[in-house]
Design a protein. Structure first.
Ligand SMILES: Cc1cc2nc3c(=O)[nH]c(=O)nc-3n(C[C@H](O)[C@H](O)[C@H](O)COP(=O)(O)OP(=O)(O)OC[C@H]3O[C@@H](n4cnc5c(N)ncnc54)[C@H](O)[C@@H]3O)c2cc1C
Length: 278
């Protein structure tokens, strides 16, 4: 499938919102999940095929140097009536493929993708919710906040560069939101863990969503399961990206990383673990 860029908007200094529309979205079906994600296929510049292409056919018919880069991005919103699909891209400097694509995207540009896949929807039976993550998880967290039952406690801890990078978030729940600022922090990579470790957890059954940078997620997962004794079946936990690694490099080691994440948890709890992660 593909979308054509209808508009782009810089919604924070580091996030570009891209709205896609057009005939390429005919047949797009949005799952009920709030973390639905697409596998984007971004062609290298000068690729010897059309802007609208079939990623599988390109991989079969062209040399590897022309294969599109694969990147996963969350569907921030899908308007089925107007057939508009919104994606929020973190633009993290000039590095990478998808971030620079979003920065330079202009109306009419084509974005090819496969999917959507998904894994998480807020459990309507939970007593309270915990969402923790960084800007890459913000689209899924913002979509999920809209889907929690009215009046339920929703604890949100989000890391971003500074106050200018914060976004307004809406939920029918009772929101306990704290933004954590990397700028000026002694150990920015510990902000989320320290903030969650400092929480007095509400009573009752929790539903937990922890997605973002791999090492931060690993620390949070270990803390919540091993030290707080949370129920792993009530936790959606996904290391979306890894500091210092391109997505290609990260995908090559992700399975081993996840296995070691489970192993250090098993060492702490004496259990056998499997995590749920797209
Ligand atoms: C299921 C899923 C859903 C996701 N949804 C979103 C989403 O909605 N929006 C979003 O922005 N990201 C999302 N991500 C994360 C995104 O796929 C990665 O951040 C990806 O690596 C970005 O690709 P790139 O081409 O811009 O950079 P890459 O070429 O992969 O990396 C280049 C450099 O940038 C660094 N880098 C990568 N991502 C970040 C970041 N977020 N902040 C700072 N440095 C970074 C890398 O460590 C590397 O050093 C999602 C990931 C998954 C698995």
């Amino acid at each position: 499938m593909y979308g054509r860029v209808e508009s782009t908007e810089q919604i924070t200094p580091s996030i570009v919102r891209v709205v896609l529309g057009g005939e390429g979205l005919d047949g797009f079906e949005m799952p009920a999940a709030t973390d639905a994600y697409l596998n984007l296929a971004i062609a290298p510049s000068g690729a010897p095929y059309d802007a609208v292409f079939d990623p599988k056919a390109v991989r079969a018919e062209h040399a590897r140097e022309w294969w599109p880069a694969r990147r996963r991005y969350t569907v921030r919103a899908w308007d089925g009536t107007r057939r508009l699909l919104t994606i929020d891209f973190v633009v993290h400097g000039d590095e990478g493929v998808a971030g620079p694509w979003a920065r330079h995207a202009r109306p009419g540009d084509v974005l090819v993708f496969e999917g959507p896949g998904s894994g998480y929807t807020p459990d309507p039976g939970a007593d309270w919710y915990l969402f923790a993550g960084d800007e890459s998880a913000l689209p899924a967290i913002a979509a999920s906040l809209g889907a929690v039952p009215a009046g339920r406690t929703v604890v949100v801890r989000l890391v971003c560069d500074d106050a200018e990078h914060e976004l307004a978030l809406e939920t029918p729940g009772r929101l306990d939101l704290r933004w954590l600022h990397r700028r000026g922090a002694e150990e920015p990579a510990r902000l989320l863990l320290d903030a969650v470790a400092a929480l007095e957890l509400p009573a009752g059954r929790a539903d937990v969503f922890v997605h973002g940078e791999a090492d931060e997620i690993r620390g949070l997962r270990r803390h919540l399961l091993a030290e707080r004794g949370m129920d792993r079946s009530a936790m959606s936990c996904s290391p979306y990206w890894r500091r210092t690694m391109t997505d290609e490099a990260w995908r090559a080691v992700k399975a081993d990383f996840v296995a070691s994440m489970d192993a250090d948890l098993d060492a702490a709890t004496g259990a056998d673990s499997t995590a749920d992660r797209p």
